[in-house]
Design a protein around this ligand. Structure first.
Ligand code: HXC
Length: 257
């Protein structure tokens, strides 16, 4: 697929997807969304890639769904085009995806960032769900994920009253993993992704799957998923290697098997 609205790069073993519609604050139109998920699928299946970063530019990670594209849509158009369903594809990516966010992460931009596994934010990052100001509500998971991540009161305020979180607030409330200076935010995200890539790959995958279960199931089901993943890892060479390396006081040599 030829990309017109994103840039892609493999840096070392980190796949980087850069949203690239700066003239529209990286608003997600259909083309950009299609390209983004195509690139994520490609990196997810590329053995040279250990972890994935999605980023924007310094001014905007993404200002949400493209309002100009949706403005005249009917419910039938929205359902027919599967607009919301397109966003759900982030849940199918098996490798760790880190959002490197600077500037605006609004509406679908905020929803996409919080659907990633972790977030590195620049000091200028701002997170918000301004859909209420254009007569709608979040449609790509914002009401549900923010309520789970931040609790009811703050989620209500963001969704109902367009409360925007600054980067320090997002860190304080646990929405992002780290806040770094704006001139090094992508480098910091790459370093973070490299730390993850250096870990036992199958265990990382099972860890991601297990934590995600906490968002999608009851506690009992989530605990079952964790136990299943934990036991399964005892069938891997990396579990044997990891424990042997600990006993022999050396660094493990992961095989991804
Ligand atoms: C289409 C957008 C856009 C958007 C910005 N632009 N956001 N176009 N959809 N979401 C365009 C502007 O129209 C403008 O184009 C150009 O980008 C620059 O934006 P400005 O507003 O001039 O920049 P600035 O004054 O710096 O303000 C930046 C901003 C503001 C705060 C990010 O643009 C803004 O509030 N954007 C809308 C944010 C929003 O409401 N998002 C929610 C969308 S709904 P021109 O051609 O005039 O230069 C959503 C639902 C998801 O996300 C549900 C899933 C389906």
């Amino acid at each position: 697929m030829t990309y017109t609205s994103i840039l892609t790069e493999i840096r070392g073993r980190i796949g980087i997807v850069t949203l690239n519609r700066p003239q529209a604050m990286n608003a997600f139109n259909t083309a950009m969304l299609t390209e983004l998920f195509d690139a994520l699928d490609v990196y997810d299946n590329d053995e040279r890639v250990g972890a994935i970063i999605v980023t924007g530019n310094e001014k905007a990670f993404a200002a949400g769904a493209d309002i100009k594209e949706m403005a005249e849509a009917t419910p039938f158009d929205m359902i027919g085009q599967g607009r919301v369903e397109k966003w759900d594809r982030i849940r199918t990516i098996k490798k760790v995806v880190i959002a490197a966010v600077s500037g605006w992460a609004l509406g679908g931009g905020c929803e996409f960032a919080i659907s990633c596994d972790m977030i590195v934010a620049s000091e200028t990052a701002k997170f918000g769900q301004p859909e209420i100001t254009i007569g709608v509500i979040p449609g790509a998971g914002g009401t549900q994920r923010l309520a789970r991540l931040l609790g009811k009161n703050l989620a209500m305020e963001m969704v109902i009253n367009n409360r925007t979180l600054t980067a320090p607030e997002a860190l304080q409330f646990g929405l992002v993993n780290r806040v770094v200076p704006v001139d090094g935010y992508l480098t910091a995200a790459v370093a973070f992704a490299e730390e993850i890539d250096a870990r036992a790959p199958l265990a990382v995958r099972m860890a991601k799957d297990s934590v995600n279960a906490a968002f999608e199931t009851t506690l009992a089901e989530g605990l079952k998923a964790e136990k299943r993943n934990f036991y399964t890892l005892f069938s891997t060479e990396d579990q044997k290697e990891g424990m042997k390396a600990f006993i022999e006081k050396r660094k493990p040599n992961w095989k991804g098997r």
